[in-house]
Design a protein around this ligand. Structure first.
Ligand code: F6P
Length: 324
């Protein structure tokens, strides 16, 4: 193994820089030349690559975002795009590629490997925590803390005015952020795409919390939840049915994707960046490295993409119990 490329792809996540740094430094440690690729697969297609050294990744472990930049690349979804990418990788003499990203990025890595035989290793980086084969994805912990901090602030004003707030958090297809931040911020209800509640059921639980003497409420809604038609529709429905409530909506949006990575994410990213290089050295390809029960584990990319982590039903029950 002489040269290994690394790129970040898809939605960015805090801790991606720490993962790039670990990949680059693990390469150097093992006598491999690291090559950093700008803008994900787009950079591979457009030949935006540079040989890196240990100092290239100095002072990035504490920075949010990804200094290599990220992109969702349409051209790479085509066979022709992948041919271009592979030709550049071959001209740059890459013997392997580390792809830091989510399931879309892993699909690309899998195709590149299948069609051209370039060994690829996936490192799970997304705030959504929706990747099979790891208990935690890089960026998730930081995003949780950002969301909880924001909801705590909203609760202060919600309580002062006896208001009901719908707070939309990220999670296009997954409710992990919503469920965990909902519990941590004392939400009265949590709506997630995995277990959609229809509006009637939601109204019932709202009535119950009114009867329980609650004068303000925080409802955390994953952006992918369509049980109630989304936060704005829900807020209109509540205003109609309960004119006594003053309803507000906050969409937290992309603040959830930024910020300094937490200690947890920096350590996870360091561990997985090193594991990715070690996997390539031991001849692995077409796999993702993750952490399960405190151990580094490998999962075929195809499984990481096609399977999904399940929402913990017990945690759902906990949310219900602690919000009486
Ligand atoms: O995949 C992570 C994610 O944060 C989703 O939860 C969200 O829907 C999406 O990215 C937003 O992506 P973009 O920044 O491209 O709008």
């Amino acid at each position: 193994l002489k040269r290994v490329g690394v790129l970040t792809s898809g939605g960015d996540a805090p801790g991606m820089n720490a993962a790039i740094r670990a990949t680059v430094r693990a390469c150097i440690y093992y006598g491999i030349e690291p090559v950093v690729i700008q803008e994900g697969y787009k950079g591979l297609i457009e030949n935006k690559m540079d040989v890196a050294d240990a100092r290239t990744v100095a002072n990035v472990i504490n920075q949010g975002g990804t200094f290599l930049k990220s992109a969702r690349c349409q051209e790479f979804r085509t066979k022709e795009g992948r041919v271009k990418a592979y030709e550049n990788a071959r001209a740059a003499e890459l013997d392997g590629l580390v792809v830091i990203g989510g399931d879309g990025s892993f699909t690309g890595a899998m195709l590149l490997e299948e069609e051209h035989g370039l060994p690829c290793i996936g490192v799970p980086g997304t705030i959504d925590n929706d990747i099979y084969g790891t208990d935690f994805t890089i960026g998730y912990d930081t995003a949780l803390n950002t969301v909880v901090e924001a909801i705590d602030k909203i609760r202060d004003t919600a309580t002062s005015h006896n208001r009901l707030f719908f707070i939309e958090v990220m999670g296009r297809d997954a409710g992990f952020i919503a469920l965990n931040t909902g519990i941590a911020s004392g939400a009265e209800d949590i709506l997630i795409p995995e277990q959609e509640k229809n509006v009637e059921l939601f109204m019932e639980s709202l009535q119950k919390s009114g009867r329980a003497g609650k004068t303000s409420s925080i409802i955390v809604v994953a952006e992918g939840d369509r049980g109630g038609g989304g936060v704005f529709e829900l807020s209109r429905a509540v205003e109609e049915q309960f004119p006594e409530y003053e309803v507000k909506v906050t969409v937290l949006g992309h603040i959830q994707r930024g910020g300094k990575p937490s200690c947890f994410d920096r350590v996870l990213a360091s561990r997985l960046g090193v594991a990715a290089v070690e996997a390539l050295r031991s001849g692995d390809s077409g796999i993702m490295v993750g952490v399960r029960d405190q151990q580094v584990v490998k999962t075929p990319l195809e499984r990481a993409i096609s399977k999904h982590n399940q929402i913990d039903n017990h945690l759902m029950k906990v949310a219900e119990i602690v919000s009486v």
